[in-house]
Design a protein around this ligand. Sequence first.
Ligand code: SF4
Ligand code: SF4
Length: 402
Amino acid sequence: MDHANIDKDAVLYNLLTPLPRGYNISECLTCGACSSRCTWFDGEGGPLPRQIIRMAAMGLDEHLVNSHMLWDCLICNRCTQACPMGITMDKVVTKARSLAIADEKIPHDIKKGIQNRLELGDVNALTREEFVETVEWVSEEFADEMADPRAEIPHDIKGAKLLYLPNPRELGASLLHLTAMAKLFYATKESWTLSARHTDVTNWGYFVGKDDVIRQMALMVVEPAEELGIETLVLSECGHGYHVLKYLLETIIGRKPGFEVISIPEFILRYAKKGVLKFDPGTHPYKIAYHDPCNISRKSGGYDAPRELLALVCQGVVELTPNREDAICCGGGGGLLQNSTSNGKRMITGKPKADQMRATGLTHLATACLSCKRQLGELSDHFKLGIAVETVAALASESLIL
Ligand code: SF4
Ligand code: SF4
């Protein structure tokens, strides 16, 4: 870095330093332990975590905002695990992304998705009318598939016990995933519903670190759910959606929501433990491992439920190494997957993951995030790994005994 004036009046420095542990950039020891843990850095020229923190601590806001590192960082927090001072990379990077001078650097697709979500309730600009039309059509197909006219995909049912919050992909490219989840709800015999008022488990406000947007998007989920009077909000498989709506929700909205929040794998496991849902693991008789989504595992501690469920619905489950808190990011985190201009870059960020998949000798890989699933599937194709990728909940639906 060239000579630069240290500016302790810098906006980012003053934004971060009053905040609690995790934002404590001024305590950085410059030890570099973080840089040794970044798998992107191990790849080809990715972010240098120590440099990001030093730029923030030295008041070099403009250098940081103009650096490729700000949007290259996967905010996976693998580097954070090694930091002796507890400085947390996703907190620092997302706050830097939220600076007014960083606004024009926000990738167009993410800006557009946020605008769609705030104006229409859905990142892909699906209107309420289109949502209802799609769900009712899929519901008819589902009743035919189940050969039971009472089998349905209900929406906007006041007083239903469960509200399923789908991933936007489930109303588009992954409609079959929605049907697979409907089969599981059907088998529990519980009352459940979707809501046309908030079709989307994602919260892209998290990618840009804007607290007001994060809160607004969270309330777009919470308030209609409370009006429906549900007991449990069941989240579709989405990494950052889980982190925001399960792990951070009370902090974001400043109160407890009027319902419990669990993910769909946690929900399925609960009903399996009650003996309500039963599975035939012989449906999947092959070598399969679980990929930890960074947002669910390392950042929220949700390591066990997807693993327990996978062991119930598949034979031959093995572990990737490293895993859990040391897991390697799929390479699509931090908004990279949502930014279509980064498609080529994602094959570089994902190379360490692809190497790990190949070294484990897998034929199949499971995960609990539809974004990870897409990235891992593209890695398998790009690196010719021949590994089929599926979500844990979809595998559970396939092996369900009705
Ligand atoms: S958060 Fe992940 S991608 Fe970003 S610097 Fe740390 S290890 Fe690297
Ligand atoms: S590991 Fe923590 S203390 Fe060490 S350089 Fe990185 S941010 Fe600074």
